[in-house]
Design a protein around this ligand. Structure first.
Ligand code: SF4
Length: 432
């Protein structure tokens, strides 16, 4: 979502005559788009913003803007700590950035981090010339109403706001007409798309997916991310019915223990999660499932952790993002006493990752001998006819070919080797 917001900010400023430059020293303006999902990302952002003080001393006319979730969260506190920053802009206010730049040029500091009850995401047609030529993100909603106890998103991105379906479809058509072949629909919890509108007043996520999938010329459609509690049978049916919907679902489980899930306020149980996993696999037998896991949540016992390890064996994810728990004020879990030592967290994480890596490798080896269409991403850095693409399952596939491809072209390849993070392949017989 931050990548997409960066593209929007760039496009808005280009319309005002700014040009993207290759190095910091030649810049007249710098925008730091920040993420605060983990403490480390926030520290990195602060350290980079601090380093810009030197540049501002050399070039007093330099405009420094900080956007994203750290800006939203810190607001005036950031200005006090980093007085050389001119603009502090939250995610809802990025569309006003050109106005803020004009104010900052007159030496007026701007702090735009209030969240508005009636905020709507304005229609916006992306510049085809920016970003990858073959695949793009399209934001369908912002914010989240779920308040999982470890998460700061509802505090930084605000309440759920769904975009109008006609604006989303216009953006997708514009991109596809411009040559884009793959679209990823973005939201913090896409499954609850439309729930912020009165009952019956808004298209549901499965309905939206069907409308986007029908845009002529769209080759691949993906979406992220989903809270399992809102995964409906209607969404599962989309995997049966839509040819261009990719066979990949990122379904963050976070823990395999019902006691921990309750403390996390995830509003589903391991049993209901497994029902959904089975439903997805019934709808799409080769669907690739990936997940997010937190180890060492306050109160997580050895038995809770082992339940997560059991879940891993039962689902057999293609891959997982896994993290040690860290508290993120003002998220509610900050009020829970930490019961798992850092050392224990590290041990649990290492055990989890070791087993997940073994499963990922086994899963990837199961593809050997199958023929898959891959969408070309580009030639590998080494050149020499080595190409890289992605399967519908979102797996990286490397192969050799004497042909030259454009990003976004499809090629059929036969998998010869499953590695930990990718697959190796050769051209299928008819294509050699
Ligand atoms: S559903 Fe996702 S974004 Fe929303 S509060 Fe929970 S973890 Fe955060």
């Amino acid at each position: 979502m931050n990548e997409r917001d960066s593209e929007i900010m760039l496009q808005l400023l280009e319309q005002q005559g700014y040009l993207l430059c290759a190095d910091l020293d030649s810049a007249d303006a710098v925008i730091v788009n920040t993420c605060s999902i983990r403490g480390k990302a926030e520290q990195k952002a602060y350290s980079f913003i601090g380093s810009l003080r030197r540049l501002k001393k050399k070039k007093p006319h330099l405009i420094i803007a900080v956007a994203g979730c750290v800006a939203q969260q810190e607001g005036a506190k950031m200005k006090a700590r980093m007085p050389h920053v001119d603009i502090i802009v939250g995610p809802q206010a990025i569309y006003q950035l050109p106005d803020f730049f004009r104010q900052a040029a007159d030496a007026t500091a701007v702090i735009a981090t209030s969240q508005h009850k009636d905020f709507t995401i304005p229609p916006f047609l992306p510049d085809i010339g920016h970003g990858l030529p073959h695949k793009r993100f399209v934001t369908i909603m912002q914010g989240c109403n779920n308040y999982c106890t470890y998460c700061i998103v509802p505090y930084t991105r605000g309440r759920e706001v769904s975009r109008r379906p006609e604006d989303i479809l216009a953006e997708v058509r514009h991109l596809v007409d411009g040559g884009v072949r793959e679209i990823t629909l973005l939201g913090q919890n896409v499954n609850s798309y439309g729930n912020d509108h009165p009952a019956g007043g808004q298209t549901s996520f499965p309905e939206l997916l069907r409308q986007v999938a029908a845009v002529p010329g769209l080759v691949r459609l993906r979406f992220t991310t989903s809270n399992p509690k809102d995964l409906s049978p209607a969404l599962m049916a989309c995997f049966q019915d839509l040819d261009n919907l990719c066979h990949h679902f990122h379904l963050p489980v976070q823990s395999g223990s019902n006691a921990v899930l309750k403390k996390m306020n995830r509003k589903y149980t391991v049993e209901s999660y497994m029902d959904k996993v089975r439903g997805l696999r019934r709808a799409c037998a080769d669907i690739s499932l990936t997940t997010d896991i937190i180890v060492g949540f306050p109160g997580e016992t050895e038995a809770d952790f082992l339940a997560t390890m059991d879940l891993l064996e039962e689902v057999r994810y293609d891959s997982a993002f896994s993290f040690k728990y860290s508290s993120r004020p003002p998220a509610a879990s900050c009020n829970l006493a930490e019961t798992v030592s850092e050392e224990e967290k590290a041990q649990r994480l290492a055990l989890f990752q070791k087993r997940q890596n073994e499963i990922s490798l086994e899963r990837h080896q199961e593809y050997v001998g199958t023929t898959l269409p891959v969408m070309i991403e580009g030639e590998s850095k080494t050149g020499q006819g080595q190409w890289s693409g992605r399967s519908s399952h979102n797996l990286i596939v490397n192969f050799h070919s004497p042909r030259t491809y454009r990003p976004g072209e499809l090629e059929n390849v036969t998998i010869t080797e499953g590695c930990l993070h990718s697959l190796r392949a050769e051209l299928s017989q008819g294509d050699k």
